[in-house]
Design a protein around this ligand. Sequence first.
Ligand code: ZN
Length: 117
Amino acid sequence: MSDSAKKGIKIGASIVVLIIAFFMIRGSVRDELVDSVNTRVFKDKDSGELFRVSIGPGKKYFPAENPNTGQMTLFPTEVCFKNECGDNEGTRVILNTLLDKPGPTFCPKCGALVSSR
Ligand SMILES: [Zn+2]
């Protein structure tokens, strides 16, 4: 086998490895993106229950329907990690602006100011 043929096989093999790696990486990244982009944690403004809601690009996605009550009471949330809220998974808070309430939003648990990211 000539040197150039060996070289060709080497290059071919490394390209195949690269392609496989590319698809493996892309597959896992895409799954994460789908999870974080297309769903958000919504909170029921009345009961405080949390739901994961699928959202689509460009459409108005809130208020969303609470699957338990059928009421349109679910709103997207921000997460407070301040004070004691940072000790656990954070506290989900609905911003006042989404509820047509005036003024800044404060965390109901620790009282910290919560703003949109
Ligand atoms: Zn808090």
